[in-house]
Design a protein around this ligand. Sequence first.
Ligand code: UTP
Length: 404
Amino acid sequence: MRQLTGFLAEKGQTHILQGFDGLSEAEQDKFVRQIENIDWDTVELWRHPEDLSGKGHVEPIEGLSLGEIERRREEYLSIGTDAIRGGRVACVLLAGGQGTRLGSDGPKGAYDIGLTHPLYIFELQIKNLLDVCNACHAYVPLFIMTSDKNDAITREFLKNHGYFGYPEEYIRFFVQDMAPSVDFSGKLFLEGRGRLALSPNGNGGWYSSLKRAKVGEAFPEIEWYNVYGVDNVLQRSADPVFVGAVIASGMNSGAKVVRKTQPHEKVGVLCLEDKKPSVIEYYELTEEMASLRGADGNLSYSFGVILNYLLSAKKLEEIARERIPVHVVKKKIAHIDENGALVKPEIENGYKFETLILDMIRLMDSCLPFEVVREREFAPIKNKEGVDSVETARALLRENGVEL
Ligand code: UTP
């Protein structure tokens, strides 16, 4: 114990021992294990929240426009369908997030967006995937990433709903890693006495977590992972035309993109950075870059990413040991105060540490931007109201003929 106190004193973190003596032996052991698992290098990053990664030389990237895709649709469709039939494509649904902006307690996928009848986000996404499976006469392995916070409830929800018609033998769950959180002066938060306030470590950890869970072993033919977010109610996964286009391009990855509607739209943009594909956040684009236009009159930096990527399994294996940057993100973090009372903040009160899948794109060396029609494929639910909210997603679902 003295050793632990000394160690935490060195780190300026002895406050987390509040109430330690009152814990049972088992609780103490569990807490010590949590402390031993802390990646202190990551925690130290709280000092540099704005200092993410220096940008290299940024240029626009060439991509497949809607017109080009239409012209080669049959060819792409045939290549993609073959890959799906051969078991070479798997889906990875990223559902480990906490949806703090939406403020709903349960998993986002279990959110009921219906008005006259229940209609869940998982249901909408699985229905679209089933359409592909039916057209290809083959099921796609569906790997669902959860976190410690929502694993049990997600599994139970999907089981209780019969996986919305998807065959259970093609579904695997895996749990992502957790990271600690700190206040604005770097002090670790506790969620209770003897329990660090841990949260999912961002969607960039999906591949290492998937590998550790060995869920892919039952499907040795997999050559491509289609990785996508849970919060897009128009999400189209295992899209054979997209899969075919990426395979035909010979590139290591592809990203579904939508054309930005105006220069300052708040989406990450796919471009080249030092000749490698890279996603630049909207606030990292200079004024000049944001409004630059090519000879065709289109914005030069116009490919907004929608969190739907196709990644080569072989390339992922190659880059598995590379470290991706850790983002230090301001969030509202529930915790206990020095008297042990639970605090649920209304405004951001500290930092979480997250790696992001978009940072993996650079490591893939090549990436094909594949344009999709925004109104057909992109209706994210991020916020309670306003932009990217339940309301905007409902309007887009209606536009696509979905009865609410
Ligand atoms: P967001 O970046 O929107 O994060 O996730 P979030 O946690 O869902 O929501 P906020 O920021 O707290 O409001 C984009 C996608 O990545 C997944 C989410 O489930 C969503 O599909 N994700 C995010 C994870 O799987 N794990 C994470 O640690 C973070």
